[in-house]
Design a binder for this molecule. Structure first.
Ligand code: GTP
Ligand code: MG
Length: 198
């Protein structure tokens, strides 16, 4: 799929304040600093569309980007970042879970996982939560450029093996890098295919 236009629409603290036009939307979620905003920029080919930062906790609201005038990309705040303090963490948790459970136009949630890390409790718990509520999702491994190419597949497979303890059927997954655009075309094709079949 070609991205012919990508426009920032708005940033809201609650999904009920977000665009309500029924266009399909694809949201990116995962722990703080996993590379959600960077991946959105890589996918759209717009360097500063989503704000990124080396300091975790950059994205604090639900950010909508309209793509090709047809569908939305949504940048969500990261979960599991304790530095913010307990009440801010609770607020974010509520924002994320109400978005995920109530947002009718959410078509697929991409759950980002840093490919270098072993399975983390907070990610496994989040995937479990999605599964138990029937939320459609796919896994996106990020920062693959940080591993030697020969290790990328085996590292992802190790992660997937661990997931098998929890899941009968493995979810769809992608291996990506915002730095060298690995996986970009596959991810965009996946979205295009879903859009076609809606
Ligand atoms: P929050 O909004 O804070 O939750 O973070 P985020 O998940 O949106 O992460 P962000 O895109 O801001 O990236 C965090 C850091 O990781 C930045 O320093 C990025 O440059 C770096 N980064 C993101 N993606 C990649 C990648 O594919 N490769 C490499 N090498 N670095 C990356
Ligand atoms: Mg971000």
């Amino acid at each position: 799929m070609n991205i012919t236009s990508a426009t920032y629409v708005g940033s809201k603290p609650h999904h009920t304040q977000c665009p309500n036009d029924g266009r399909p939307e694809y949201a990116f979620i995962g722990r703080s600093n996993v590379g959600k905003s960077s991946l959105i920029n890589a996918l759209t080919g717009r360097k500063n569309l989503a704000l990124t930062s080396a300091t975790p906790g950059k994205t604090m609201c639900i950010n909508h980007f309209l793509i090709n005038n047809k569908w939305y990309i949504v940048d969500l705040p990261g979960y599991g970042y304790a530095q913010r303090g307990k009440s801010a963490m609770e607020k974010l948790k509520t924002m994320i879970s109400s978005y995920v459970l109530e947002r009718e136009q959410l078509t697929c949630l991409f759950v980002l996982i840093d490919i270098r890390h072993d399975p983390q409790k907070v990610d496994l718990a989040f995937l479990h939560f999605l599964g138990s509520h029937g939320v459609p999702f796919a896994i996106v491994f990020t920062k693959a450029d940080k591993l030697p190419p020969s290790k990328v597949k085996t590292t992802a497979n190790k992660y997937l093996e661990a997931l098998k303890e929890d899941w009968e059927e493995l979810p769809t997954y992608f291996i990506t890098s915002a730095t060298n655009k690995l996986g970009r075309d596959e991810l965009l094709d996946y979205i295009e295919n879903i859009n076609k079949n809606l």
